[in-house]
Write a protein that binds this ligand. Sequence first.
Ligand code: ADP
Length: 475
Amino acid sequence: MEIFHISAECYPMAKVGGLADVVGALPKYQTNAGHNVRVVVPAYDTKFKKENQFECVHWGSVKLGSFNFPFSVLKESTDVLGYELYLIEINELFDRPNVYGYEDDIERFLSFQIAALDWIIARNEVPDVINCHDHHTGLIPFLTQFAYKYEKLKDLKTVITIHNGLYQGWFGFDKLHYLPEFDLKHVGFLEWNNSINSLAVAVKCAQAVTTVSPSYLNEINYAANGLENLFNSVRNKSKGILNGIDIEVWNPLKDKMIAENYSIENFEIGKQKNKEKLCEQFELDPSKPLFSFIGRLFEEKGGDLLPQASALALSENFENINILILGSGNSEIESQLTQLRNDYKGNYNVFIGYNEELAHLIYAGSDYILMPSRVEPCGLNQMYAMRYGTIPIVRRTGGLRDTVIDFGDEGNGICHDQASVGDICYSINRAVKLYDDKISFNKVLKRGMEADHSWESVCQDYIEIYNLIIEKNEI
Ligand code: ADP
């Protein structure tokens, strides 16, 4: 089967969060399973782009209203990632360091989608399926069916995978003329709440909707930033598939970014060495339990709860614990977290920014990973943490509910229900007690390390959906 994944992110070409990890890994496992898989992302000015070789396989020009943007399609020459990676190069729009956050993001991702389809239609064969990811590629299921110039793709099957339903890519009907011409009787597919809503378009037009965990599929029926009714109405073509992790990239036995490699056989000594390195770097005490957080510092991640929860936990348990935070996002949260460094020197530290290498060391060297999320469509951190023998402390929501079971129920982590400072501190207290009981602590840790979250076992679920929509046009 020929499968296209079209996405704004793909690790290691361009990563902001979990979307990149998924689009960087799932295609590799689908390729290993015998499929022809191609991944298409914009050609941002990233380290990966600079350090790898590409050949131009197509060029053209995207018309966006009265603007014309020349574009090229670049293929990574060596298939170093285990699948074919293509970059859509539109210099005026993507020759910038960041993935998102520009005033013209709507124009950028519209041009990206149009250029990708222009190229696909210029090839000889029509693929079997396009798997779109999040709102940045949400117009593709509409354009393939209704835009005159993509007539040849009319019967091509599309899937939208929702990694985060909070972000939807709205824009006004004043930009309708940016889209390639289509029969106006279909304009209703574009509309949600008087705007063009890219995610809603995809949900309406794709043959299948997947979310990145089964629990998240249930949650978006009552909390989806205004799209709840729409998600309810498409339940019959929706499925929640829990993300896997790339066990080759995330392998404590081979990871080159950590201080000491280890496996379940020798995790105690291996983790201790990583912890010592981490504690030395951040002036913490390796004899105390280390609680870490890695992620975007926003309310959806419970980032706003971290400053107060850290202060409270450190004052209650002073001398007993370390807290280390790696992240960036809301500037108010960033400054509160930075301020705490003065108050709890020796027990607390923070790194504001994005640092892939440090993230690996933190997964390896911490005892606990904190995930107090309000919303967590799947969450990968808890799965990486468990693979590295770090016990997750999570709020039961979305994918965290599907992957972490409280140790009180013979599980692999510590769970609470409320996104509140009180619940986080209660869990930290339980964690300190568990840490002091080494036999029980190691039992919980090992259950996490033994779990199989690899894509190998999950990637077939996507193939089944593709097969169903190809054969029956429904799932
Ligand atoms: P998100 O909602 O951000 O996509 P996920 O849990 O699905 O959350 O994925 C987060 C991914 O991003 C993980 O690979 C995590 O290690 C990584 N990550 C998040 N913030 C940082 C950071 N500041 N530095 C390094 N890696 C980070």
